[in-house]
Ligand binder design. Structure first.
Ligand code: ATP
Ligand code: MG
Length: 214
């Protein structure tokens, strides 16, 4: 079927974890490339709770990051957004994300999608011993980041694959800096996300607003 389950094959679900502050076209192209290369049935975007690796800066409220991710992915029938990390509360560890998704979808094969930069730090992730039992890992090469060969060599080769995606030198950091400096973020992030950022005064420092209460 066009978008449904295929008989005789386990469902393949991509898992794209991120802070998404804001989500940008680099994230979306990476997810789309992995979806197509690995013939994934769906990709679930999972915005982090309070990100433990980003304690050096203030991260936008989770509801803002969640809603921007929903706006950015809404038109793609294979893309979904999960609240597991946000609703769990506390810092997000990938091992918890994968365990929760495994519980929700016990029959699915999970493919964790991550930038090669983040993959290089995998042995610093909590519960890394169990990570490879829970999911395959797909490391996306990303312009400006060099893969640490030693770190890659330590990863079980049957559980990790590298995928070169079209070079998109976009980062959330750059989008925030541009917004703060009054430079355009149009075409770096989806149109609806530009409008959401403006509407809520995100990344303006002085004009910070509270997340919507629904
Ligand atoms: P920040 O600049 O705040 O760190 P970011 O752009 O790295 O933000 P994250 O939310 O940290 O975005 O990234 C989520 C995942 O997407 C990570 O695995 C990251 O490596 C990957 N990623 C981010 N930007 C790109 C890109 N342009 N191409 C491929 N992968 C990317
Ligand atoms: Mg990052």
């Amino acid at each position: 079927t066009a978008n449904g389950a295929r008989p005789g094959r386990r469902r393949r679900i991509g898992v794209m974890g991120g802070t998404f502050d804001p989500i940008h076209h680099g994230h979306l192209v990476a997810a789309s490339e992995v979806q197509s290369s690995y013939d994934l049935d769906e990709v679930v975007f999972v915005p982090t709770g309070q990100p433990w690796q980003k304690s050096g800066r203030e991260v936008s409220p989770a509801e803002h990051r969640y809603l921007m991710t929903v706006i950015a992915t809404a038109a793609n029938p294979r893309f979904w957004v999960s609240r597991v990390d946000i609703d769990r509360g506390g810092p997000t560890y990938t091992v918890d994300t994968l365990r929760d998704l495994r519980t929700a979808m016990p029959d699915a094969e999970l493919y964790f999608i991550t930038g090669a930069d983040a993959l290089a730090g995998i042995f610093g992730w909590r519960g890394h011993e169990q990570l490879f039992e829970l999911a395959h890992f797909v490391g996306c090469t990303r312009p400006g980041y060099e893969m640490d060969d030693a770190a890659l060599a330590a990863i079980p080769s049957d559980r990790v694959a590298m995928l070169e995606i079209p070079a998109l030198a976009i980062s959330s950091t750059d989008c925030r800096d541009r917004q703060r400096a009054g430079q355009p973020v149009w075409y770096l992030v989806p149109d609806g996300v530009v409008q959401y950022i403006t509407k809520h005064g995100l990344y303006a420092d002085l004009a910070r607003t509270d997340p919507p209460t629904l």
